[in-house]
Design a binder for this molecule. Structure first.
Ligand code: SF4
Ligand code: SF4
Length: 344
């Protein structure tokens, strides 16, 4: 089973200082490359696009920058033009498949969402959405036919369990779906109940119990959990029955060690094992992924190291070669699941 897309705003980077021994992972110095374990994933460029700063929820672990509606929505003409330029570069010139993952805020509040998804599909792109699932059930019908992947997040303070479960049950047989369960400590049991309920009704879907950061800025520590809560999260079995190969664009990364060994790691292992420190390595950010902030600024990845321009201007240029990592650590799952090569 491939790892699904993971909510970029919920991964923990509170890794232990001891290194990787406890997880049985090698030291970074003994690794020469990290590549996609599933060769099909290497064919995809992931465009991670924060399409709106509006949200109908006010989760305690979120910020007004993400949910306060401080940025006006981009006109659909600008969005369509951007899609065309991305497709011309990555698909036309490089023969890649392009997956547009729209997020927010609450992505379903973007007024021209259906039109944008349809345009992406008409240009041969693939579509994904991250949502809190609060859109009225009947309104999903308008966008399901143009969605390749859906990531639904359960936020215990504001999600309505019955509505969330009804949507999950209806939608998961139609579209490849991942469920993120936000483990907010004061409402931990409510989230855990949701995870159990989902596990009992889902097939061919994936579930993650997501530990939360104190705030959504990269590098922030994980919210304090009790030892009991941590043990529950570590031990929870998220597996559901699978009998088909679902659409996916990212997953485990194959690590090539200098001694010739190969093994696969998932994002949580990278974080907990402190493998997500690639300063000086060659990174395929900008070639395998790009990021669009809500104000239209475009970067090669969520680390915001290399700015490519803005989607509103014609001086936006896409990379044609990998970059050298200048960051002390890499925080976004999407960024981590990008090819990297150590020099020397
Ligand atoms: S649903 Fe997402 S964007 Fe909205 S307030 Fe919660 S964390 Fe923030
Ligand atoms: S921080 Fe940026 S440049 Fe460095 S490895 Fe991560 S995505 Fe690549």
């Amino acid at each position: 089973m491939d790892l699904p897309s993971i909510d970029d705003r919920s991964i923990s980077d509170s890794a232990p200082e001891e290194g990787t021994k406890n997880l049985g992972l090698p030291n970074l110095a003994s690794i020469k490359a990290m590549d996609h374990a599933n060769p099909r994933h290497a064919q995809f460029v992931v465009v991670s696009w924060n399409i709106t700063s509006l949200c109908n929820f006010r989760c305690p672990y979120c910020s007004t920058e993400l949910n306060g509606g401080h940025y006006p929505d981009l006109p659909i003409e600008v969005c369509r033009d951007f899609v065309d330029r991305v497709m011309n570069h990555y698909s036309g010139s490089f023969g890649k498949k392009v997956y547009f993952e729209l997020t927010g805020g609450e992505a379903t509040l973007f007024p021209a969402l259906a039109e944008l998804l349809q345009h992406i599909k008409s240009r041969g792109g693939y579509t994904g959405l991250m949502s809190n699932g609060s859109l009225p059930s009947q309104k999903w019908t308008a966008i399901m036919s143009v969605l390749d992947h859906l990531c639904l997040s359960f936020h215990p303070r504001q999600s309505r369990p019955a509505q969330f479960l009804e949507l999950a049950e209806r939608i998961h047989p139609i579209v490849s779906t991942h469920f993120n369960i936000m483990m907010y400590p004061p409402l931990f049991d409510k989230s855990l109940e949701m995870a159990k309920s989902l596990r009992s009704i889902l097939t061919n879907s994936s579930i993650s119990l997501q530990p939360l950061l104190e705030s959504l800025k990269p590098g922030m520590p994980m919210i304090m959990y009790s030892d009991h809560q941590k043990k529950i999260m570590e031990a929870f079995d998220c597996s559901v029955p699978w009998n088909k190969d679902n659409f996916s664009t990212r997953g485990g990364m194959k690590v090539a060690a200098l001694n010739g060994d190969h093994f696969v790691v998932q994002v949580p292992q990278m974080v907990l094992g402190r493998l997500n420190r690639w300063k000086g390595w060659t990174c395929w950010a900008g070639l395998e992924c790009i990021t669009v902030k809500v104000d239209g600024e475009v970067f090669s990845a969520w680390c915001l190291q290399d700015k490519l321009g803005t989607i509103q201007s014609q001086d936006l240029t896409f990379p044609t070669s990998p970059t050298i990592c200048l960051r002390d650590s890499c925080h976004s799952p999407c960024d981590m699941m990008t090819r990297k090569l150590q020099h020397g």
